[in-house]
Write a protein that binds this ligand. Structure first.
Ligand code: SF4
Length: 470
């Protein structure tokens, strides 16, 4: 995934930039970067944050950077921010999203013999550099951003820092959020996570709409391209990866999670001794379930937060399994002889759930029921680098279908997305049995959308339904 944050001020903005970018640390695990500008050009730092939190890595840099405007990024893959010299003048740029046709666009750009790319990773172009090259191919920055939105297959939200302003552009369909914050008369922030604003003294000015472009200076916010009506915001923001304290399109993530849990509870018939959430992203769902049923919410697993604080997990599967085991400490007194109901956002690959269930039964659990706040994941996300899975074959739901039927065509697969079909019931039963669960139930898609509380046509649900809209 990735996250970004920017500040425009009339005095040194570094501390706001530092903490504001840090508040996006749950969105990426590989690279962090900040760039600031004053009168003497750009000053930039990029660090590998694979094993060390952003704040720890960048604390040492604070005295080396100073500027009145700056942008920062947490990135899962590429080095950012990039510094670009162009006919638009010098600028720095950060992006969040995914470009499926990156190689094709890079070849097209290079075919004119005037474009080259310097930030290759293996043989792949850096997507942020590709975005900059498209922006540079047009007479103005705004025309360049709009051309980029029209030519990429995927999604891109960006911040572009010039000597005197930040250009902020939300992706064409608004799959990722982007908000403006204000502090006093002449200081502005732009952020993906609204939770980055209050502790830094900002209030939310407004959200940008899909495809909207603004230019931010201490004098104010200039609208350069209006928002589009059509929106497909990522529903997974509320279910999983958005921060609970953030709101997107006016809907708070923790509130939505509580409602997800309540919807699950209303459809349920089991009567466990306690309700628990898989830390951290299952907690809001579990609280909602417990409030609805009046069954006690407890923590049979406690996360060891002093060192395992990050919610995103490592890239390698063996490390993911180890981390998932080490960070959750079971409490025998809350498990032994108890019927437990666990809530989580989703099961993607299912590599951790089996281990959790086995550990609970080893600690004496009488029953382990699992409730998931979203429907079974059957399609890889084509818009964001949300899931590291390259293929749907890695998804636990797809593996269950494969075990039941072998290879299936799209029409058969579509039946598994319908919670009222026998095929859907067989898939859920298979996952339940394979993981040793006493019972398993997933959220229905219509209940998830009702919990988000936005019109269904404004929410992207591709990874559950497979309908690429538009
Ligand atoms: S496909 Fe899924 S993860 Fe990707 S933008 Fe849509 S809802 Fe979000």
């Amino acid at each position: 995934m990735g996250g970004l944050f920017g500040v425009v001020a009339t005095e040194n903005c570094l501390y706001d930039l530092f903490y504001g970018t840090d508040y996006h640390s749950h969105l990426g695990t590989v690279r962090g970067g900040m760039v600031v500008t004053k009168t003497d050009g750009f000053k930039r730092n990029i660090h590998d944050i694979t094993n060390t939190p952003f704040r720890t890595k960048f604390e040492e840099d604070l005295h080396k950077l100073e500027g009145n405007s700056g942008i920062g990024v947490i990135s899962d893959y590429e080095d950012q921010p990039l510094l670009i010299g162009s006919h638009h003048g010098n600028y720095a740029i950060v992006t969040v999203g995914r470009i499926n046709n990156a190689q094709e666009l890079a070849h097209q750009a290079m075919s004119n013999h005037h474009t080259h790319f310097t930030e290759l990773k293996g043989n792949e172009v850096n997507p942020t550099e590709l975005v900059a090259s498209i922006i540079n191919s047009e007479p103005t920055i705004v025309q360049g951003i709009q051309k980029m939105h029209q030519t990429i297959d995927g999604s891109c939200t960006l911040l572009l820092l010039t000597a005197d302003a930040i250009y902020a552009a939300r992706d064409h369909y608004g799959r990722t959020p982007l908000l403006l914050g204000r502090k006093g008369e002449r200081t502005y922030a732009v952020t993906m996570e609204s939770c980055a604003l209050p502790n830094l003294g900002y209030t939310v000015e407004r959200e940008l709409g899909p495809g909207e472009i603004v230019r931010i200076t201490p004098e104010g916010i200039e609208n350069l391209a209006p928002p589009r009506e059509e929106m497909q915001i990522c529903s997974f923001l509320w279910v999983y990866y958005g921060y609970p304290a953030s709101s997107y399109e006016g809907c708070n993530a923790e509130d939505v999670r509580n409602r997800c849990g309540a919807f699950l509870a209303r459809k349920d018939t089991v009567t466990p001794d306690l309700v628990a959430g898989i830390p951290d992203s299952g907690l809001g769902h579990a609280i909602g379930y417990a409030m609805e049923t009046k069954i006690p919410f407890k923590r049979p697993f406690v996360k060891y937060t002093p060192t395992w604080s990050r919610s995103f997990t490592p890239q390698e599967s063996s490390m993911r399994t180890l981390v998932s085991k080490m960070k959750l400490i079971p409490i025998r007194e809350l498990i032994d002889d108890k019927s437990l109901l666990l809530c989580d956002d989703s099961i993607i690959r299912g590599t951790q759930i089996k281990d959790i269930v086995q550990r609970l039964f080893a600690y004496g659990a009488a029953e382990v029921h699992m409730r998931l706040a979203s429907p079974p994941l059957l399609y890889s996300c084509p818009y964001l680098n949300f899931s590291r899975s390259k293929s749907k074959m890695e998804f636990i739901a797809y593996k269950a279908i494969h075990a039941l039927e072998g290879d299936v065509d799209d029409s058969v697969l579509a039946q598994y997305t319908d919670a009222d079909t026998d095929r859907y019931a067989a898939m859920v039963q298979h996952i339940q049995t394979q993981n040793g669960l006493t019972s398993l139930a997933y959220q229905r898609l219509e209940d998830l959308i009702a919990a988000i509380d936005l019109p269904a046509e404004k929410c992207c649900t591709f990874c559950w339904k497979g309908c690429r809209r538009p």
